[in-house]
Ligand binder design. Structure first.
Ligand SMILES: Cc1ncc(COP(=O)(O)O)c(C=O)c1O
Length: 421
């Protein structure tokens, strides 16, 4: 029996309607920007496996760092103990995160990083005797699948059955150049009438919404307003972090820096589940007290797992290397040239590029998880290109180690899709 048939017996996959979905493809091997299925077919990983494996699959530098760590110290609980990889990682992050960040709190995936951020914001005010029960978030934002993170997410296809159990969240549209003032006025009204703890947002690029971009000047205005009114700002950089926008973090493009930042995905380069919620000194200080109950009573068993920290340290070393920085520029340049070409095609709407992210919409109506979308997905997979269209949005976020030839092959297949659909 192959993997596919054995999988069918016991496994429940995420985001899958098992009654109608095609069987998952059994993957047996991956290296750099490529992976192979059990039939021997080769695929280019066009979205770096949910934007994680940015330095390429099975990266030797990261494997070496993790193997060494595994022999030295496998795991130790992180309450009452600390270890070299966690400390070293915190020191490295402080060198590249926005200047106002001073403390890191460890979690084990993107959703739990967001969950910790939301709880931090609520308790920060609670510790001052200030009960704040509302969050502000962007329409169509996505922050994860646990209850707090899901509450902040505006993508309704995931939230349906849970709506009435969610936290109190008020949504505002993302600011575009011509709507920023309007959004600011909307935010101002909300801040005047509600007791808001935090404004949470995906800075500059909303990934799950379909790689939608918004104005950095507009977002700066919203952050400024919140911070002036004493509302904490949480940047969810789980997708955008570690080079994808062309800068180490999307927050580097902003003038006003968030109080709290969520990191995961490329943090460990796809090698280990780990996440971080970083914060400013002021947020951390809000938990200092003679009262134990003012502390942040939140923990995950695998907090700051040494293997994850070792992977993250090696990942950041790669991110900062000349070679990866040059590749990021190369991908950006090639994307920009291709986007200009796409813009001339009448089937293409809004071809856009930010860093290594390229996205556009096909001028065809498609459900997010409909039949036509699945046909488009298969079109790419049959030609060895692993990308996952979101409805009619086609996007690529390739590993930084992708070769020019592999990138050109992806563009070529996208052009074939434009002829076929
Ligand atoms: C911006 C953003 N936040 C949070 C998450 C949730 O991360 P995880 O799937 O690791 O829980 C995601 C995942 O796609 C994301 O893109």
């Amino acid at each position: 029996m192959n993997l596919q048939s054995r999988d069918k017996k016991h496994i429940w996959h995420p985001l899958t309607q098992h009654q109608t979905a095609a069987l998952p493809i059994g993957i047996v091997k991956a290296k750099d920007a490529l992976f192979w299925d059990e039939e021997g077919n080769e695929y280019i990983d066009g979205i770096a496996s949910w934007y994680t494996a940015m330095y390429g699959h099975c990266n030797d530098h990261i494997i070496a760092a993790m193997s060494e760590q595994m022999r030295q110290l496998d795991f130790i609980m992180f309450s009452g103990f600390t270890h070299e990889p966690a400390v070293r990682l915190s020191e490295m992050l402080m060198k590249i995160l926005p200047d106002n960040q001073e403390k890191v709190f460890f979690n084990d995936n993107g959703s739990t990083a967001v969950e910790a951020a939301i709880k931090m914001a609520i308790q920060y005010y609670h510790n001052q005797g200030d009960k704040r029960d509302t969050l502000i978030a962007f329409e169509e934002g996505f922050h994860g699948d646990t209850f707090g993170a899901m509450s902040a997410s505006g993508i309704s296809s995931y939230n349906g059955p849970f709506e009435e159990f969610l936290l109190n969240v008020i949504r505002i549209p993302v600011p575009q150049v011509d709507t920023a003032q309007e959004v600011l006025e909307e935010l101002t009204q909300i801040l005047e009438t509600q007791k808001c703890a935090a404004f949470i947002f995906e800075p500059l690029v909303q990934g799950a919404a379909g790689m939608k971009f918004h104005s950095s000047a507009g977002l700066d205005m919203l952050i400024d307003k919140c911070q002036t009114e004493g509302v904490l700002c949480i940047a969810d950089e789980i997708m955008t972090g570690f080079g994808k926008t062309g800068r180490n973090f999307a927050s580097d493009i902003l003038e006003n820096k968030p109080d709290i930042i969520c990191l995961s995905k490329a943090l460990t380069a796809g090698m280990f589940p780990l996440s971080i919620t970083s914060c400013s000194r002021a947020v951390f200080d809000g938990f200092l007290s003679e009262k134990v109950s003012n502390a942040f009573f939140h923990a995950h068993t695998f907090s700051a797992h040494p293997l994850g920290c070792a992977a993250a340290i090696a990942g950041i070393e790669l991110l900062l290397s000349e070679e990866i920085q040059e590749n990021i520029s190369m991908i950006h340049q090639m994307h920009s040239n291709f986007a200009s070409q796409l813009a001339l095609n009448r089937k293409v709407i809004d071809a856009r590029v930010q860093g290594v992210i390229l996205a556009f919409e096909l001028e065809i109506k498609m459900d997010r998880y409909g039949e036509l979308r699945d046909k488009l997905y298969r079109f790419f997979m049959d030609r060895g290109i692993a990308i996952r269209p979101l409805g009619n949005t086609i996007y690529i976020v390739p590993p930084y180690v992708i070769t020019k030839k592999q990138l050109e092959r992806m563009y070529e297949v996208i052009e074939l899709a434009l002829e076929a659909f």
